[in-house]
Write a protein that binds this ligand. Sequence first.
Ligand SMILES: Cc1cc2nc3c(=O)[nH]c(=O)nc-3n(C[C@H](O)[C@H](O)[C@H](O)COP(=O)(O)O)c2cc1C
Length: 311
Amino acid sequence: MKRAPALPPSRFRVARVALLFWCLFIGIGAVFGAACMLIAPDGHLLQMQNMLPFFQVLPFAKYLFQDYVFSGIALLCVNGIPNLIAAGLLLAKKRSGVVCGGLFGVTLMLWICIQFVIFPMNVLSTSYFFFGLAQAATGYAAWVFDKQESFAVDPAAYPRVGTNKNELVVYFSRLGYTKKLAYETAEASGAKVCEVLADTLTAGTLGFWWCGRFGMNKWDMPIKPFTEDVSAYEKVTICSPIWVFGLSAPMRAFCRAANGKIKRADYVLVHFQKADYVNAAREMDALLGITRESVRSVCCRHGKRIQDHRL
Ligand SMILES: Cc1cc2nc3c(=O)[nH]c(=O)nc-3n(C[C@H](O)[C@H](O)[C@H](O)COP(=O)(O)O)c2cc1C
């Protein structure tokens, strides 16, 4: 029997499950607390009978905080129902669940800030503040991972690629941003596209840190054999992401191996920060043993192009 191809590890799925946990944990806890307050407005079910005096510093305390009815309704409306709705949206795989789940983490932190003002320092409030922080951070991570993983490039959408036998576009890409730039560049000139593949871990969170190690040390990263003869082309466009303020390690290895073989070169540098990274272009010149004809520097965040200019 033929096995279905294994799905690539998804950081988004992991973050979504973690966010679902937080939404359910906070939501169910808040509904339970609110129910106890509404069933026993004197607070005895939660052993909070002696805590009402702390609430008297709040505005309208004479009307709202003589028992726990208003607090129960507020807890239900601010933390209970919203978190359960976010959990439902996450279970239904709606993107809005990610945004709501993250935002309700912020709501929880604000709620706890009120407790910091009225109660003396205590473990429970402090813990819940950090739970809110964890929920908000998980929501943000899930949002970023979703953006990254839904950024796919379909080569079929670039029909002119490969029609010009004199030009080649070479790229390395972890998440697909540089790949998209490579295909767009090749679509404009009709160049053939070739990918440089790393021969070590680059995917996922572990891959990110592993790449960072190579980036920090300015090392070459081992790459899979590159079979295309770059000297057969009139012009080669080299597209590289920026790693740790410089050239990405797989493209460093590629450029070193291509020394003296490329006649004319253009560079496309893709990065997150709004910087030019002309230093990476200089390093590529030195490694290849030529002077490039042009450099395009593209700042790309979560799939959106923020800045795109020639240096
Ligand atoms: C290890 C590592 C280090 C990075 N360092 C930088 C950096 O110093 N400056 C920057 O603007 N972007 C940095 N980035 C972000 C990438 O340049 C950016 O996300 C790029 O769009 C990734 O392209 P790709 O999806 O084609 O791999 C780094 C990315 C990784 C993986």
